[in-house]
Design a protein around this ligand. Structure first.
Ligand SMILES: [Zn+2]
Ligand SMILES: [Zn+2]
Length: 261
């Protein structure tokens, strides 16, 4: 009876957007040889999976139990796929990520994920000379990077983030479209060629990239202090014992958190 084909429609709520959930579902479905699709709908994820008798069930179990680290799987609803669905699943059609839809806005509460610190893979890249994101401060992937800071609406797509203003370069676009790449559908995807860049404006000149970093470090070594605006926070930078001459924004943390080269 293993040849009996089953088709399931699976709806998953919780923190499942902006956490690499669609790429994870895509990888899992392909590993099980399923046909179907996954998409963001409003604030949750909907998938349809078709395959031999027990494959959809194993797929469901893995979606629940092996979700990406940043995901929090909430309610899982399983049902039949509407036979009038325009994305009906033909045997051998493969598994794809479909375009997001707005949904009915009456479903489960939408949960926006928090920003996440760089993952081990991104840290390795950012510290590797020759890597195309070497020392690039806006590095991210499906396992890390900005989320709540850049999201302007759901479903979670690049167009619904502040990164929508940055058009992907060819190399980034290839990563974004490659199911085998960990940046597959990483919505805030960026690199030095196509993403945001750091800048330093001095009275005599403006600098970018490494020159900006060096100029900022030189200024601090010379006793100056400065503010930097990043993904989520404004940081104050100085060398001890210099302290900020205010707090203009209420409580301000002055604990040293990082060192410039
Ligand atoms: Zn990462
Ligand atoms: Zn790029």
């Amino acid at each position: 009876m293993s040849g009996v084909r089953q088709t399931w429609r699976i709806e998953i709520s919780g923190t499942v957007q902006g956490v690499g959930f669609r790429p994870f579902v895509h990888r899992t479905a392909n590993a099980l040889g399923l046909d179907g699709w996954v998409r963001n709908v409003d604030g949750h994820v909907v998938a349809a999976a078709a395959g031999p008798r027990d494959a959809p069930e194993r797929f469901l179990a893995r979606c629940r139990d092996e979700a990406p680290p940043l995901a929090v799987v909430g309610t899982v609803t399983v049902g039949r796929l509407d036979t009038t669905d325009p994305h009906g699943i033909a045997p051998g059609s493969g598994f794809v990520v479909l375009e997001s839809t707005a949904g009915a806005a009456t479903g489960p509460v939408r949960q926006v994920p928090a920003d996440a610190a760089p993952c081990a893979d991104c840290l390795r890249e950012v510290l590797t000379p020759g890597d195309r994101r070497y020392r690039y401060p806006f590095i991210n992937c499906t396992a890390c990077g900005p989320r709540a800071t850049v999201i302007t609406g759901l479903p979670y797509d690049r167009a619904c983030t502040t990164m929508g203003a940055f058009t992907l370069c060819t190399a980034c676009a290839q990563e974004y479209a490659d199911p085998a790449d960990r940046r597959f559908h990483a919505e805030p995807l960026a690199c030095p060629r196509c993403g945001p860049r750091i800048s330093w404006w001095a009275p005599e000149a403006a600098y970018g990239g490494e020159e900006a970093m060096s100029a900022a470090a030189d200024a601090v070594r010379g006793g100056a202090w400065w503010l930097s605006k990043g993904w989520a926070v404004i940081s104050w930078c100085a060398t001890p014992p210099t302290r900020p001459p205010w707090p203009p924004y209420g409580a301000v943390s002055v604990a040293p958190t990082s060192l410039l080269p």
